[in-house]
Design a binder for this molecule. Structure first.
Ligand code: HSE
Length: 309
């Protein structure tokens, strides 16, 4: 095989209850990476489609950095030409660099005969995250590779847990086209958490995981709350409170910030409710001078990285 094209999805990191350790993949939004052996020992970024500000330097682009890490681990330095096609905005809070990193790791692994399992690829893809946003947490790249809801306490395969999914749930995401830098959005967070909040937030995480195994939609809805990060980060997102109120009024099971923002998400039971929530969220931005984009995705375990050709 000389050429391969891989896709990896956008993701909702944190998912309200798991700051830096939990993430959900969004099946139908994502990035494509095409790799072609170029008969040299050098990787080359040939084209970046829809990613005007992304670097072509191979030490700075997350795709080439991930591929290089795999080449070093394999002692196989056959170079590839890389074409990256971005399917959604960088800086959206929907795991933009992760989708590229995950697609590069997944595609390159397949191109060289799949020496690594999907869980093993997470650590390689995390190197792309490190280059793109300075921190190698895997709450975006793990679900971008594996699909579904992933709990990851580290980047070793044994740290990565694929959680069950309740049927007939949809994520409604809204991206307001404003810039929120991930490192700024991390730096504004408090580093101390009051003990009472810590205790409550731990109970939310525990009951959330239990709700998935029990397939208990009420417990799922009650537990998907963030009392630590959201009160601070939501200040950076115009109309956050109004969006949350209208989403919950329109039967959203939960509402929160996707990753470090500015995107937000609601979880709906059934497509009809998802459509209603999408309309309601759109109405909040009707008179705001910020363009938005909304997406609806079914929650599914079959939503991870995949080969397109
Ligand atoms: N867990 C990360 C954060 C996701 O909330 O900052 C963004 O990369």
């Amino acid at each position: 095989m000389k050429n391969i094209k891989a896709f990896a999805p956008a993701t909702i990191a944190n998912f309200n209850v798991g700051y830096d350790v939990l993430g959900l993949s969004l099946n139908n939004i994502g990035d494509e990476v095409e790799l072609t052996f170029n008969d040299t020992n050098e990787n080359k970024i040939i084209q970046i489609i829809n990613g005007d500000n992304l670097p072509y330097e191979i030490d700075e682009n997350c795709c080439s950095v991930v591929i290089r890490k795999i080449q070093e681990a394999q002692h196989d330095f056959r170079g590839v030409d890389i074409v990256l096609n971005k399917g959604f905005a960088a800086g959206s809070g929907l795991g933009s660099s992760s989708a590229s990193s995950a697609a590069a790791a997944y595609g390159y692994n397949k191109l060289i005969g799949s020496p690594y399992s999907n869980k093993e690829l997470v650590a390689f893809a995390a190197e792309g995250e490190k280059i793109a946003c300075g921190s190698a947490h895997v709450d975006n790249v793990a679900p971008a590779i594996l699909g579904g809801i992933i709990l990851s306490k580290g980047n070793k395969p044994s740290d990565i847990i694929e959680l069950p999914i309740i049927d007939n749930l949809y994520a409604v995401t809204l991206y307001p086209n404003i810039s929120v830098n991930t490192s700024d959005s991390r730096n504004i967070l408090k580093t101390d958490v009051p003990l009472a909040d810590f205790s409550k937030q731990v109970s939310f995480m525990g009951t959330f995981v239990a709700s998935l195994y029990e397939k208990d939609i009420n417990l799922f809805s009650d537990s998907l709350q963030d009392i630590v990060i959201e009160p601070i980060r939501s200040l950076l997102i115009p109309k956050f409170k109004e969006m949350k109120t209208i989403a919950l009024k329109n039967s959203a099971l939960s509402f929160g910030i996707s990753g470090s923002g500015p995107s937000v998400f609601a979880i709906a039971e059934g497509l009809e409710n998802a459509n209603k929530i999408e309309l309601a969220l759109n109405s909040i931005y009707d008179n705001v001078d910020i363009s938005i984009q909304t997406y609806i995705n079914a929650l599914s375990k079959e939503s991870g990285a995949r080969i397109l050709n």
